[in-house]
Design a protein around this ligand. Structure first.
Ligand code: AKB
Length: 318
């Protein structure tokens, strides 16, 4: 039997592309997209869509019952930079939405949950290079605190209520279809847009700050693959380290310059620099590779080519 999936936060950066891919794979009618409002025309018109506030338990429950949902991908969250501006709002959204979904699984109304964590669970006391799966975790951001607490709750619900919840710690995600909102790593997307429209970019992260990153196609595949893996192969029920590539603003600018030689980057670090500096430079994701065969496809050169090609088309028609 094909599983019926609900994606909460489907209009967001990862949620939208996850919805498109799952609709292709499972059939549009089996993938119900939802968000706090109908933000995305293509998404709303390519399959079932429900307006749901992720903080409202009854709205999610009604949707689960109406569509016979057995799997939820919970993608709604306030990201790192935005959460620093609205700490309590971030705590409320990020935690209440998670409890709502975990409780539905505890009550056996759904079978499986996907919930993304982040490299933001790590902080300045964490080893920065090849950060291990289990290590010091003292996050310095509100977003990181919500993700770390969420990881503990996922593990708790799994161990105490047999909830099948699966999670990965995403690095910065680079994509061209939907803009990200309020992350620290958003610069790695803005830079491509500005390279095409202005041939220059002022970066809010310092030139030598290296961060782990990943292309959207890899990020979406990771979510789908961990959800398709046999239950017994998922040995970590907090969240898996996940990695693909890493670069500094200077290195991504050099990669763009190979295609747009006149491109110029300048640096004007703001409050997001402190967040970026507290995160790891690279991640040891060997457990994910071992347990459920995680592998990434896109390196920096592939990403640069794809981003410049797709965004050139997008900007030439807009
Ligand atoms: C952010 O920058 O907040 C996110 C993340 C690393 O989780 N992209």
């Amino acid at each position: 039997m094909i599983s019926k999936v609900l994606i909460i936060g489907a209009c967001g950066q990862i949620g939208s592309e996850l919805t498109y891919k799952l609709r292709l794979q499972n059939g549009a009618d089996n993938v119900i997209a939802s968000d706090i409002n109908e933000g995305n025309f293509e998404l709303v018109n390519s399959g079932p869509f429900e307006v749901i506030d992720a903080k409202n338990f009854n709205q999610i429950k009604n949707c689960v019952e109406k569509h016979n949902i057995d799997t939820i991908y919970l993608m709604a969250a306030l990201l790192s930079a935005k959460a620093e501006q609205y700490p309590k709002k971030a705590w409320d959204l990020n935690m209440t939405s998670l409890f709502n979904v975990l409780d539905l699984a505890k009550d056996k109304l759904i079978n499986k949950v996907f919930w993304p964590s982040s490299i933001a669970v790590f902080g300045s006391t964490t080893p920065k290079i090849k950060t291990p799966q289990q290590t010091i975790m003292e996050p310095t951001t509100v977003y990181g605190i919500t993700k770390q607490a969420g990881e503990h709750w996922c593990k708790y619900y799994h161990e105490n209520y047999d909830v099948d919840v699966r999670s990965i710690r995403y690095p910065g995600i680079i994509s061209w279809k939907t803009l990200p909102g309020g992350g620290t790593t958003d610069y790695a997307i803005e830079i491509f847009h500005k390279a095409i429209t202005d041939k220059k970019y002022e970066c809010y992260i310092a030139e030598d700050t290296e961060l782990p990153m990943m292309f959207m196609d890899d990020a979406v595949n990771a979510a789908i693959n961990i959800m398709n893996a046999d239950r017994v192969s998922i040995k970590i029920r907090s969240s898996y380290n996940l990695a693909a590539i890493g670069f500094t603003p200077k290195q991504i600018a050099e990669s763009i310059k190979k295609h747009i030689p006149e491109f110029e980057i300048t640096y004007n670090p703001d409050f997001r620099q402190k967040i970026a500096a507290s995160w790891p430079q690279s991640i040891d994701d060997s457990k994910a590779r071992q347990d459920w065969n995680w592998n990434h496809d896109f390196d920096l050169e592939d990403i640069t080519k794809e981003m410049l090609m797709q965004l050139s088309n997008l900007h030439s028609v807009s």
